[in-house]
Design a protein around this ligand. Structure first.
Ligand SMILES: Cc1cc2nc3c(=O)[nH]c(=O)nc-3n(C[C@H](O)[C@H](O)[C@H](O)COP(=O)(O)OP(=O)(O)OC[C@H]3O[C@@H](n4cnc5c(N)ncnc54)[C@H](O)[C@@H]3O)c2cc1C
Length: 382
């Protein structure tokens, strides 16, 4: 088959991996186009470092314009409509046609789901992370409440990592004893998705560092003027600085194209990552992949990346190149704990029964690996 047009929607971990692998596998009679509203993308895994002043924004970003050097046509545009039956994408830069499609639009944030949360702080994108960094720089005393507003959310360890790094930053500034840090999460236990070993480790470290943990609590309303947060349980908590992990949902255009199911996410074949629509694949945070225990696979860059590669290989195979690939649901994640140490969670999440997850205790080695990952990402090695 020659002259196929492949469109990739989204230039995050999943979309970039898909576009790069497709370009490597297919000859130039086929076109590979990636559409994203943003030219510059940010490594979210580095945002917890940014909020405590350990990173500048330009050190954790890269330009999607560099894809052109890799033979991928990059279009900076808003995807406004996905017309699956017609093979068309309506964008702010005109209409694009496709023979194969990879949906990698990630998750968007629904700030309205928790009234008042848009006026509070967050660190789940570069804009909110920068604002939080400025607020934390000025913060001298009082109570910081970190509240997860809903499940699922990206990178389950991130709120705890943020708390550990805040603890370290305030300790080194000499203000820690005047600052309380509390984490509220809807999960019955922290990091439940990674199993009991990870849960116990996070619990113990939070306690050792004097960070309050409040599981099974979902924030429902925030009032920054009276500094009060309401929870679904009826509990009301005071704060001096509120940081929320917003409610996540799939992109509006993906929902409007009827790609999602009742979960609100795009269901895919857990092996091929094909959707129920012919020639349409979806990867990363936009999707729902069920683990054997019935819970959804966590939303993480590592799964988006490997998913992008699998979808690309399966599209290439459909065009007549290679044998395709199966999504394994294997991945790792570093949890930086401050003081130059990180722990590492490694798992086979799609195996029968429960996910097989191991936790390597905090060490300098995993912190260095996390730094290496960041450097590789910036240099386009990932
Ligand atoms: C604070 C934080 C820390 C994290 N730490 C880690 C970590 O340590 N390890 C890890 O594995 N993961 C981590 N993650 C999760 C990881 O960042 C995500 O899982 C990953 O980015 C998902 O990749 P994706 O390609 O599915 O989506 P995204 O990376 O979100 O990319 C989606 C892209 O689609 C574009 N887009 C969406 N809609 C449209 C539209 N309508 N028009 C045009 N463009 C559109 C967006 O601009 C975006 O660039 C972290 C996340 C956060 C927020």
């Amino acid at each position: 088959m020659t002259g196929q047009r492949i469109a990739v929607l989204g230039g995050g971990f999943g979309g970039v991996a898909a576009a790069r692998v497709l370009r490597k596998l297919l000859d130039t009679s086929h076109s590979v186009m990636l559409i994203d509203r943003r030219r510059r993308t940010y490594l979210c895994g580095s945002l917890p470092w940014l909020i405590v002043g350990d990173r500048e924004a330009d050190k954790v970003s890269r330009s999607l314009g560099a894809l052109a050097q890799r033979g991928v046509q990059y279009v900076q545009a808003e995807v406004e409509g996905i017309r699956l039956a017609e093979g068309r994408i309506h964008t702010s830069a005109g209409i694009q046609t496709f023979d194969y499609l990879v949906v990698a639009t990630g998750a968007e944030y629904d700030w309205a789901a928790v009234p008042g949360s848009a006026e509070a702080h967050s660190f789940y994108n570069i804009e909110t992370a920068r604002r939080l960094r400025d607020a934390l720089r000025r913060f001298r005393s009082g109570r910081i409440v970190i509240a997860v507003a809903g499940l699922p959310y990206k990178c389950p360890p991130a709120p705890f990592e943020a708390a550990f790094l805040m603890d370290e930053a305030f300790s080194s500034r000499g203000t820690r004893r005047d600052i309380a840090i509390d984490v509220f999460t809807p999960e019955p236990a922290p990091l439940g998705v990674a199993g009991p070993e990870a849960t116990n480790s996070i619990r113990t470290t939070l306690a050792q560092r004097g960070i309050g943990l409040h599981p099974a609590e979902t924030i429902s309303q925030a009032d920054v003027s009276s500094r009060k947060a309401k929870f679904q349980s009826g509990r009301v908590e005071g704060f001096d600085l509120l940081v929320t992990v917003p409610v996540h949902r799939s992109a509006a255009q993906v929902r409007e194209a009827n790609l999602t199911n009742q979960s609100g996410w795009v269901p895919v074949n857990g092996v091929t990552l094909a959707t129920q629509h012919p020639n349409v694949y979806a990867v990363g945070d936009a999707t729902i992949v069920q683990m054997a225990n019935g819970r959804p696979l966590p939303k993480a860059g590592v799964f988006a990346s490997t998913g992008g590669e699998v979808a690309a290989r399966n599209i290439a195979a459909a065009i007549g190149v290679g044998d395709g690939a199966a999504f394994a649901g294997e991945g790792y994640c570093f949890v930086d704990q401050g003081h130059g140490k990180a722990s590492m969670i490694t798992g086979r999440f799609l195996q029968a029964g429960q996910p097989d997850v191991t936790l390597a205790p905090p060490s300098l080695r995993w912190h260095r690996k996390k730094l290496q990952f960041e450097a590789d990402w910036r240099r386009w090695r990932i």
